[in-house]
Design a protein around this ligand. Sequence first.
Ligand code: SF4
Length: 510
Amino acid sequence: MTLSGTADTHIINTAALKGDGHGCHAGREQMEAAARAAGKSAALDGYAADYPKGPHDQPQSMCPAFGSLRVGLRMRRTATVLSGSACCVYGLTFTSHFYGARRSVGYVPFNSETLVTGKLFEDIREAVYKLADPAQYDAVVIINLCVPTASGVPLQLLPKEIDGVRIIGIDVPGFGVPTHAEAKDVLAGAMLRYARHEAEQGPVQAPRNGVADRPTVALVGEMFPVDPVTIGALLEPMGLAAGPVVPTREWRELYAALDCAVAGAIHPFYTASFREFEAAGRPVVGSAPIGHDGTDAWLQAIGRAANIGQERIDAARNRFLPAIRGALAANPVRGRITLSGYEGSELLVARLLVECGADLRYVGTACPQTPHSAADLEWLSAHGVHVQYRASLEQDIAAFREFKPDLAIGTTPVVQAAKEARTPALYFTNLISARPLMGPAGAASLAAVINGAIGNRHRFDAMNDFFAGVGSGHAAGVWQDVPRDRPEYRAAYRAKLARMAKQRNVEEAV
Ligand code: SF4
């Protein structure tokens, strides 16, 4: 059944509320079909083009909307508001504060009635008008989560601007945006697009620290704070400077980013953002100054894209490449490693590990293959490393079992599986990607943590011996009567759920 909402140009689709639950577990096909029926096809088709899926549908990672939320919460003078189920908002709020958000998360609650009558959209509009105080905010961001997207809540009908405060409404459903990494691009791209149109209309605000006196390289992708400084030093002999990092920390940095000479696709999955740079006439260069070979190739590519003469490009290479070679030689990594993550910097870390001497066999990334990681893919393949884009947890764990590494770097469940198998493991997001990686500093920072972890294998043996005999899986713990596994119960539930799903499909088809 569909009902017209109060905003007369949109349809609210109550099909979004059917199913086992509302959200991750409600069945992505039904949610997507509901969203399309409610007029969200253009947004979903855009996401499908920008963030191609496959070989399987969706990597197992956190709620994608976290990426957009995080980008909004990290910006000065920006209010970020969620529209979605309370359970989703609870999880996203918890996660954002766990990761150190310093701002409140706005929320417009709803129930079935406000959703199907269109009152939710009116509530969002009211909240936006209340928040849009130019003394406090440059922008208000509204993020539609799964159910409001599937129901067709029409954020596109919000005013584009209220008293000078930009209003940015985006749909970030789990059934349309595959990873939280790509959800960062959804918001960063929407903001760049808005800022580009503003800059096309006339003068815009200068950066807080003034306009750069040299042509800049905008850096796309979240990095450890030292990395842009290192990159600035690498660019200096070519007469270039490091520009803003996108996603930016302030609205006016968006203009400075678009005003770059070249955009550096440090993280290769920011497809919507790259489109805005290209629309602004800026070339986009992939990969990063990582390790010796990566830095060499990157300086050459950036210099060429910025029309710098070969003499000055060579000056930059000659100044830094020997130092990087020395840092790599002084910080060797010894051991076999498998690596996986969902941040988008996995291939860069993999290159650095190989140059440090690690026996790296596998790198899995939840992100898709894009042209901007082509150089990294080619280099890693030439060095015998299997690269798996859109890697699933099963593939990451299969690689761990096949290659039997001395160290597994991965997501939480991969780390857990490795530790259960007495293998040292490091969590990619917190312990590896949040370190300096670029230039000479990168080699030195990575080796210490990797070698330290590999050297701790004996601790896992000691722990395993200590906990010997406490069982595992369904029988983990100390019991008077060890629980019996009941695989037949699970099989029966699975069959029952399959029957119910089939029945529901038949009813919907009638
Ligand atoms: S918004 Fe996130 S947590 Fe909520 S249903 Fe969608 S994917 Fe799941």
